[in-house]
Design a protein around this ligand. Structure first.
Ligand code: T5A
Length: 219
C-alpha cells in the first residue's frame, strides 16, 4: 500500500488552529512547484465519507458511543483511501489532507480515552503500512483555537465538548510529535498568520517537498 510516487501530507491540530486556512496556503506554495495536488479532508472526502461526517458531527447523535465514533472514522477512512488517496498517490500527485489518523489518536484516544491498541489495530487493518509522508500539527492553546473556531461558525457535536477534552486532545498531538519527529512537525499556530506561513515553508523545505527558500535565486 505504501509503494507510490506521490506525497501524502496531512494537517492536524485542535479546532480553529488554522488547518483549512493553512491548507490553502500550502496548496499555493506547492502549485509553484508544478505538482498536481489533491486537496481533501477527514472525516469526508468521498460521498460516503461526507455522509458519515454529517452523522458524526450532527447534534442529534449527542452521546454517540465512543466505539461507534471510532469505527465510523475508520469506515470513512477506508473509503477515502480506496477512492481518493491511494489512486492519487499512485498517480504521483501530492495529497493534502485536512486531518487523518493522528486525529483519531488525539480525539478518540486522548479525548475519549479509548485504548491506543484498539486504534492501532484498525490503523493496520485499514491502512496497512501507509502513513503520511509528512504531518504538520498546528499547535495553539485551547482557548485560542476555540475562540477562532467560535468566531467562524456555531459549534458541531464534537466542538461542544468541554475544555478538558481539548486539553487531552492537544496533549496527545504533542506526544505524537515527540514520538515521531521524522514524519510529524510541530508548528506554533498561536502567532500571526505570516509567522505561521514562515514556519510551514521551513518544514516543507526540511522534508524535501520544496526547495529551501535560502537557495532561491532571489537570495
Ligand atoms: N475528528 C476527525 C475525530 O474526532 N477523529 C478523526 O479521526 C477525525 C479525522 C472534524 C471533526 O472531527 C473530529 C475532529 C473535529 O472535531 P473539522 O472541520 O475537520 O472537523 O475540524 P475543525 O477543527 O472543526 O476545523 P475548523 O475549520 O474549525 O478549524 P481549522 O480548519 O483548524 O481553522 P480555520 O482555518 O477554519 O481557522 C479558523 C479561524 O481562525 C482564523 C481563520 O481566519 C478563521 O477565521 N485564523 C487565524 N487568526 C489569527 N491568527 C492565525 N494564525 C490564524 N489562523 C487561522
Amino acid at each position: 500500500m505504501g509503494n507510490y510516487n506521490g506525497k501524502f501530507i496531512t494537517l492536524e491540530g485542535i479546532e480553529g488552529v488554522g488547518k483549512t486556512t493553512n491548507r490553502d496556503f500550502i496548496r499555493s506554495v506547492l502549485e509553484t512547484t508544478g505538482n498536481a495536488i489533491v486537496e481533501t479532508r477527514e472525516p469526508g472526502g468521498t460521498p460516503l465519507g461526507e455522509a458519515l461526517r454529517e452523522l458524526l458531527l450532527h447534534h442529534r447523535h449527542a452521546g454517540m458511543c465512543a466505539d461507534a465514533e471510532l469505527l465510523m472514522m475508520f469506515a470513512a477512512r477506508a473509503e477515502h483511501l480506496d477512492k481518493v488517496i491511494l489512486p492519487a498517490l499512485h498517480a504521483g500527485k501530492v495529497v493534502l489532507c485536512d486531518r487523518f489518523t493522528e486525529a483519531t489518536y488525539a480525539y478518540q484516544g486522548g479525548g475519549r480515552g479509548l485504548n491506543d491498541k484498539k486504534i492501532a489495530e484498525l490503523e493496520t487493518w485499514v491502512q496497512g503500512d501507509l502513513r503520511p509522508d509528512l504531518t504538520i500539527i498546528l499547535d495553539a492553546p485551547v482557548a485560542t483555537g476555540r475562540q477562532r473556531a467560535g468566531a467562524r461558525s456555531a459549534p458541531d457535536r464534537i466542538e461542544k465538548e468541554e475544555n478538558d477534552f481539548f486539553e487531552r486532545v492537544r496533549h496527545t498531538y504533542l506526544e505524537l510529535a515527540r514520538h515521531y519527529p521524522n514524519r510529524i512537525a510541530l508548528v506554533d499556530a498561536s502567532v500571526a498568520l505570516d509567522k505561521v506561513h514562515d514556519q510551514i515553508v521551513h518544514v516543507l523545505a526540511e522534508h524535501g517537498i520544496i526547495d529551501s527558500p535560502d537557495n532561491s535565486p532571489d537570495k
